[in-house]
Design a protein around this ligand. Sequence first.
Ligand SMILES: [Zn+2]
Length: 296
Amino acid sequence: MTEHPTRVIFLGGLGRSGTTLLERLLAELPGVTALGEVVHLWSRGVLSAEPCGCGVPFPSCPFWRCVGERAFGGWSRPLAERVLALRHRVDRTRRIPRIAHPGLAEYADAYRRVYDAVGTPVVIDSSKHASLAYCLVAAGVDVRVAHVVRDPRAVAHSWGRSVPRPEDGRPMTRWGSARTALHWSAQNLALDRLARRGASVVRVRYEDLVADPAATLTALAGELGLSASGLPFLEGALVRLSPAHTVSGNPMRFAVGPVELRRDDSWRAALPARQRRLVGALTWPLRSRYGYLEAA
Ligand SMILES: [Zn+2]
């Protein structure tokens, strides 16, 4: 256990907004460990034994085995089921306005134990869901939120695509454009509100990150209180990624070695005009606040 509470960088936003990419970049900074989407550790890691980002099934990964020993004396099915039951009661988007709950302290403590057991001063939890960020803040965890936003039309295009999960070959969840637009607005609005409650929230745009990774990462690291003197893993648009023990996330969590950062604008050609207009209308005016002013 570390003597000081572990600082948690929580990556918030809707899925397919670049949180996994940002997590991998931040994890290259000294003293920072990426954990992936800890919210899914209990079901996908402990109960379903899905692979860690290092490629080994969660129960066999030495990193997670050590964290489990330190945090709970080992992972177990009853522990995972208990946390999942608490999650069902406490950690819900619709509960955000009244997040206080008798189970909150126990629920947040499970996360705190995981974070503290890692043993580095800073950990990244890319769980994304605003409701978990509210739970951690309300329970007094030392958490700073990086709120990742991306043009909702690009996000809608990504959620509409058929992509197999590398974990089990089954297709990733797909949503229609209207559903994506509503989730995009709900998650982003909730993270904006968290900032207004006095929590530490820094907003970063996916488009800025891929346009100028070094400048965006340096600025963000400064705002998150991380040391980023020199970014030896970045050369222009090329990043060299080390293996990471991420428990869940999008397929790029398995990428190791040189990866080219390139903005994915395929939605412009591939998302039908009717859906572009629909997403554009449903996400206004929030998308204008984030600078996505271009007409659909
Ligand atoms: Zn691992």
